[in-house]
Design a binder for this molecule. Sequence first.
Ligand code: B12
Ligand code: SF4
Length: 444
Amino acid sequence: MKIAFISPRGTERNQQNNVLYEVYKKLIPVLSFMIDDIEFIPNLGLLQVAAMVGDEHEVRYIDEDYIDIRDSEPVIFDETFDIVALSACNNQAFRAYEIADRFRKRGVTVVIGGYHPSALPEEAKEHADAVFIGEGEDTFPQFIEDYQKGDFKSFYVSSGNVDLTKLPAPRFDCIGNILRFNKLPVFATRGCPRNCEYCSVKVIYGPKYRKKKVEQVVREIEDIKKYYPRPYPFITFGDENLLVDKEWSKELVKALIPLKIRWECYCDVSVAWDDELLDLLRESNCVELLIGFETVIKENMRMGDMWKYKMVDKYAEAIERIQSKGVGVMGLFIFGFDNDYPDVFRETARFIHDTNLFDVDFAVLCPIPGTDTFYRFKDRGRIITHDWNKYTWLHVNYQPMHMTPNQLQEGLLYMFKEFSSIEFLRKRRKYFKGIYERLAGVSP
Ligand code: B12
Ligand code: SF4
């Protein structure tokens, strides 16, 4: 059988129909220092599900985000496939449905999985022959078996407890022209023990925190290096919160040292108080830690298990501790929580300047289907659009509590402009030069 795994084009920040396009366009002349900020990353979910298909089948990976807009139509629709398997985040859903409808008209079996269909399976079913809810590693092989018997189900629901230690490596071999990507994704854990109201991770992976074996992760990276022959390839861990289990993390990071890679991951501030782990991060070429601070307004974090609420007062100390070890922190901030007033942007900007964050990224709160925030806003009539193309964390799609939607949108753009400026680039360059020189024993 010939199976196409397709990642549909989604509305993204660097695309013309996005609110941030104007900001990004102006940034292009100053991007030399930040070239890694434009991320070209293949869809790991599809590559992982593709690895669950037996060798007797031909597998094709098509990533619409990385084919020229003019070419994308013929590239996809000219070929004959037995099965088309689509993956969709919210902002890819409409395009996924368009692709699905066109293939189904030609009699091709179309299946769909990922964040959006997992949260809204009935909607997805209108465009697909089968919908996958949650993780695909346990359900996709079952579907293939059913398909070959000529009797497959409309919905496949994952157990939510896939044993990560038994997974084969993702199919990086089936990416054509892999060198167009500047970061290669790996995941080592699933789930997150924290319980944030707006987080969609639970929808897919459930609450259970699971880990791969360290040697398995090492093998996967070695595998990537075979297909991606560039010195010091940049590995991005897609895990929502990689360094939660400190002892396991140390084993993992130690094992990354001889691999000669640069890498980054999402984690929480708890790493800041583990000096041994911080030293290992630096030694293993961890370029930056992506940390979801979310907000500098403490009351906003009064939710779930309150862990982040307790941490807000320690953010500045955590950043100082991590960065003084030569590991950058990219601070991720969300605006539009219920305790945010229009001055939240100024307050956050002050925090960023004061703490010398290595890098920053901003978002507006997004009521992602399937999350508690979605249901709370829906019940109170606060959702203003169900246009999934606008579920990007960049478009305002709900009524904020103490601002107009326009104030929130403008505030986001202000933050992007402020922290994309040459002045900010120079300031952080100087700050980090000082740290690197101190660590190398050079007088500044
Ligand atoms: C790496 C990453 C990126 C990369 C690469 C994206 C890509 N090409 O895949 C970059 C930086 C480019 C990116 C961009 C964006 N991202 Co992003 N990203 C991630 C991140 C951190 C990891 C994804 C990953 O590799 N996961 C590991 C793989 C193995 O898991 P998976 O993809 O979920 O797949 C599993 C299941 O979902 C399922 N499955 C998925 N598809 C299918 C299909 C079939 C047929 C089957 C059977 C099963 C199946 O099986 C897989 C294996 O279990 C996730 C957070 C996360 N932890 O998932 C956010 C995340 C997916 N991104 C998100 C968002 C919002 C965006 C942007 C819109 C941000 C922006 N404003 O620009 C853009 C949109 C990109 C686009 N394509 O349109 C949201 C999506 C929310 C939602 N509900 O839709 C997430 C969940 C972050 C979050 N916490 O909110 N992203
Ligand atoms: S810490 Fe991050 S991954 Fe964990 S629940 Fe909160 S937002 Fe989700």
